[in-house]
Design a protein around this ligand. Structure first.
Ligand SMILES: C[S@@+](CC[C@H](N)C(=O)[O-])C[C@H]1O[C@@H](n2cnc3c(N)ncnc32)[C@H](O)[C@@H]1O
Length: 187
């Protein structure tokens, strides 16, 4: 059976250790991240090769990278070593398992859409904690018509889904030239 894990493991097996790629949304909002206490707990959902996790670990956060692909996470551990930091990793299929319970000062998720997680993400952020979420929106289908339409955000969907949080930065599908939607929010 082809599972998310086997599909992504195969993809990452062909992939090489890359140098650290900085997520523009994290860089743009670095001031908010730097206001978190050193050692604050962060989780990177569907972390892949852990670029965001390593970026956050370099800013002093205690980061757990979760992904269904153990191969991707191994590349992430190697990236962390290259960058002289350490991260925690957890191999977990988030279609079949809930998000681990915990109180997180920062939750991030880039280019992975699992709407069932939204309420758990909102609840798991501590007071003054931050959410960074960004993935493809419907405009992406113009460029990539074979992309599964189930996995793109509708206009306004992020704002609607995270109503309990204070919005710090939002692009929610209203710009036709932008194929990513994002939200940065604080509890
Ligand atoms: C497009 S990649 C994004 C990786 C990373 N967030 C980034 O932006 O570089 C999507 C990630 O979602 C992970 N993923 C897909 N299905 C998953 C599932 N059911 N549970 C956990 N992770 C999953 C994949 O293994 C992959 O690493």
């Amino acid at each position: 059976m082809v599972t998310d894990a086997s599909r992504w493991d195969e993809k990452y097996q062909k992939s090489e250790l890359a140098s650290l790629r900085v997520e523009p949304l994290l860089e743009k909002n670095l001031g908010f991240i730097e206001n978190l206490p050193t050692g604050a707990k962060a989780v990177d959902i569907a972390a892949g090769k852990c670029h965001a996790s390593v970026f956050l670990a370099k800013r002093g956060l205690d980061v757990t990278a979760i992904d269904c692909s153990g191969v991707g996470l191994e590349l992430g551990i190697a990236l962390a070593k290259e960058e002289d930091v350490s991260i925690r990793t957890l191999v977990l299929d988030l279609e079949a398992n809930p998000l681990p319970t915990g109180s997180w000062s920062l939750i991030c998720c880039f280019r992975y859409l699992n709407r069932a997680l939204f309420p758990f993400i909102q609840d798991a952020i501590v007071d003054n904690g931050l959410l960074f979420f960004s993935t493809f929106n419907i405009n992406h289908l113009e460029k990539a018509p074979r992309f599964n339409a189930e996995y793109v955000l509708q206009p306004g969907e992020l704002q609607q889904s995270f109503q309990g949080l204070e919005i710090l930065d939002l692009s929610d599908g209203d710009d036709p030239d932008q194929n990513l939607s994002w939200i940065v929010a604080r509890r």
